[in-house]
Write a protein that binds this ligand. Structure first.
Ligand code: ADP
Ligand code: MG
Length: 694
């Protein structure tokens, strides 16, 4: 059997060394790459209109011959004008393009062309301005580019649709029959999925739009199927592992719940029960805890740590930033400062610790003197060794990858793992996508928390916002002013924050105490400012989005978010969750430039609801799952064709089949399944690593 991924596209007629380089720009090197390089869209060229019947004011497809062409300079706009006259036997139409002088050489007399554009009348004659065009030079061009549904591919500079289409056609003709069908016949028959040959043919050169859709269905199924097989496989291997069976009495749970000045919410109690159930069981837990900002996830996590401690085991909480780690550290210290938990020793481990301190903590972790360690990525370092780690918490899990989660787990003996996120995954999706995780949801806010009024303003109303913010600050609240950080490396927001900080001090907020934090600062410096803010020594904190996750300052009542249109909806929701944490109502001012594409319309969603799930659903729909969940997430990026939002029905059947297969043959050793094992190993190496990791 030939492997198409080992055959260079050079073996296709028309691909020389220069073109090969162009293909490489598109990520195509092998025959397989090219076959899987699917069109961006399709153009219906079955309906060619004659010039005689062309409808003025409509977009039409016209095919004819060049009978005249002329280049001139418009005497008043100074633009280069290319004018071409096309005759299709029923009449003539004029086409004009501006400032594209290379077209003068492109349209040779008598050349056959195909044009797509809006038909107008100008000076009593039919014309199209800047239509899409294509030369039909050969019979091959004719058959691939006209009278059919035509694929439109993503291109790179120097490559034309016409050329690419030709190469794809030749590639299919030569190699299509050698393509291996990754889906077994029984499965294809069961769901009437077309064979790989038909699928490839109809994805590139569909006979009809129905055929194209059914081909799309087939590749989506395939992607979902292998994704789900790896999810299920990992799930199975976790279930079969030996972890710690913690003993957790209801007395311990009650004692924990009784240690707070407030009553736990019903949701917190329920989730603590779910957590306790998992921790009591021998197989290692892998549970996702979702809860809106401020819903009180930390408390649930701390319960798990207490339970581990009660079993004489160690636990660890990993947070994405030092600020957050430190905050958790302080919260946990306060929470556990009641009699029953006095003996539980907590430590902080972050990168900025002094060498000596760090060494001391590392020693105590290894000897088991420390019961709970809270830290950042620093916890992943090789130097970190536990005596008996049995419970792990990953906070704000979308900031970490599967690999990092595995790294921390590996430091224990199949510890129970709780991953927490405030970026909610819509209920319709979470089970299917995160089939390898159990999901707990805190869907209830603590009493009196989470009241936030959100208001949307245009840039020209910024002064008004600052005035209102000033009034609120003068009444005793503290405020955040946030600038977006679009990319990690983006310096612009930094500049904006620094500049506005100076500006505010001298103008709108003169006389108030201002602080500045941003991502490029030294940790110690930004931590110090945050501490001052918490201690109410600073009234207004100007910040880049380092604030995004988890910071808890109860007296902060106001947040102003500049350039709000540049944030994702969920991100905005997280940000505004920074306020309204105490007993007073929070106020969130969004300042947005309404001139941007979806501008303020999109932001209205966030003004109208405080429900993080609803917002997440909208955000997902707008940005698509890949972006929404972040780069690291769960192999979602491997889904190139399949869309878990719009193809839930296909996802469901793929999931069902995958589950059945893995249940019957968890190691995929059966001769029928060996190929599946190979494929997922190739596509989802992270998953397998996780399995091996423990
Ligand atoms: P999350 O991490 O889910 O955003 P936190 O765990 O930081 O939320 O909790 C937010 C705030 O609410 C904290 O100050 C916490 O002490 C407080 N809190 C948690 N649970 C309750 C409760 N049941 N009643 C009142 N306040 C609570
Ligand atoms: Mg939190």
């Amino acid at each position: 059997m030939k492997f198409l991924k080992d055959i260079s596209i050079q073996y296709i007629k028309g691909v020389g060394p220069a073109r090969k380089r162009l293909f490489r720009n598109l990520g195509i090197e092998s025959v397989e790459d090219l076959m899987c390089f699917f069109p961006r869209r399709y153009e219906d060229r079955t309906k060619i209109t004659s010039v005689l019947q062309a409808q003025v004011g409509e977009y039409q497809l016209i095919s004819g011959k060049v009978v005249d062409h002329e280049a001139r300079k418009s005497w008043y706009t100074k633009k280069h004008v290319s004018e071409v006259v096309i005759d299709d036997g029923t009449g003539r139409i004029f086409c004009v393009w501006f400032n594209q002088p290379y077209l003068d050489r492109y349209f040779k007399p008598a050349a056959r062309v195909i044009l797509y554009g809006k038909v107008d009348v100008y000076k009593n004659r039919l014309q199209m301005v800047s239509p899409e065009y294509e030369i039909i030079a050969t019979d091959e061009d004719q058959s691939l580019g006209t009278g059919r549904i035509v694929p439109v591919y993503p291109l790179t500079r120097g490559m034309t649709q016409r050329y690419l289409r030709k190469v794809v056609r030749r590639c299919l003709d030569k190699y299509r029959d050698d393509a291996t069908d990754l889906l077994p016949v029984w499965l294809r028959n069961k769901y009437r999925l077309s064979s790989i040959k038909r699928t490839l043919e109809n994805l590139h050169f569909p006979e009809s739009f129905e055929m194209q859709e059914s081909a799309h269905r087939r590749v989506s199924f395939e992607e979902f199927f292998f994704f789900q097989i790896s999810v299920m496989k990992r799930r199975m291997s976790v279930v079969r592992k030996e972890g710690t069976a913690h003993s957790i009495s209801s007395k311990l749970i009650n004692r924990f719940a009784g240690a707070f000045l407030f009553e736990l919410t019903g949701a917190q109690k329920r989730v603590i029960d779910e957590l306790a159930g998992d921790m009591r069981a021998r197989p290692p837990m892998l549970r996702l805890l979702q809860g809106d900002v401020g819903s009180g996830k930390t408390l649930v996590a701390v319960f798990g740590c207490v339970a581990a401690w009660a079993n004489k085991k160690q636990s660890a909480i990993m947070a994405p930033t030092e600020i957050l780690a430190y905050q958790h550290y302080r919260t946990v210290q306060k929470m556990l400062d009641t009699a029953p938990f006095k003996g539980l020793k907590v430590a902080l481990l972050v990168g900025s610790l002094k060498k000596k301190e760090k060494g001391h903590i590392l020693d105590q972790l290894k000897s088991g003197q420390i019961d709970l360690v809270i830290g950042t990525h620093a916890l992943l370092s090789e130097a970190v060794d536990f005596k008996n780690l049995s419970f792990v918490v990953i906070d704000e899990q979308h900031k970490f990858g599967v690999r990092q989660r595995a790294l921390l787990s590996r430091k224990g003996n199949n510890p129970d793992v709780l991953v927490m996120t405030a970026t909610p995954i819509p209920r319709t999706l979470s089970l299917t996508l995160f089939g390898d995780l159990d999901v707990s949801v805190i869907d209830e806010m603590p009493k009196g928390h989470g009241k936030i009024a959100t208001r949307l303003y245009g840039i020209d109303q910024a002064q008004d916002v600052y005035k209102q913010a000033r009034t609120l600050v003068e009444s005793g609240q503290q405020a955040y002013i946030v600038y977006p950080l679009v990319e990690e490396s983006d310096k612009l927001s930094l500049k904006a924050a620094v500049k506005m900080f100076a500006h505010f001090k001298a103008n709108e907020f003169k006389g108030l105490r201002l602080g500045l934090v941003h991502g490029q600062m030294k940790k110690q410096d930004s931590d110090m400012i945050m501490e001052q803010f918490k201690a109410r020594e600073i009234d207004i904190l100007v910040a880049t989005t380092v604030l995004e996750v988890g910071v808890d300052v109860p007296n902060a009542g106001v947040i102003v978010i500049e350039h709000a249109q540049r944030f994702g909806l969920s991100q905005l929701h997280q940000l505004r969750g920074r306020v309204g944490r105490g007993q007073t109502q929070g106020t969130c001012f969004l300042i947005a430039d309404p001139s941007t594409e979806d501008g303020t319309a999109r932001l209205k969603a966030i003004v109208s609801t405080l429900d993080g799930f609803k917002i997440a659903e909208q955000d997902l729909a707008i940005r698509g799952p890949g972006h929404y969940f972040g780069r690291h997430q769960h192999g979602l990026n491997e889904l190139k064709f399949a869309n878990p939002l719009t193809q839930i029905d296909i996802l469901e059947i793929a999931r069902k089949e995958a589950q059945e297969i893995v249940r019957q043959d968890p190691d995929l050793k059966d001769s029928l399944n060996i190929m599946f094992a190979k494929i997922i190993k190739q596509r989802y190496p992270d998953y397998l690593e996780m399995v091996e990791a423990g």
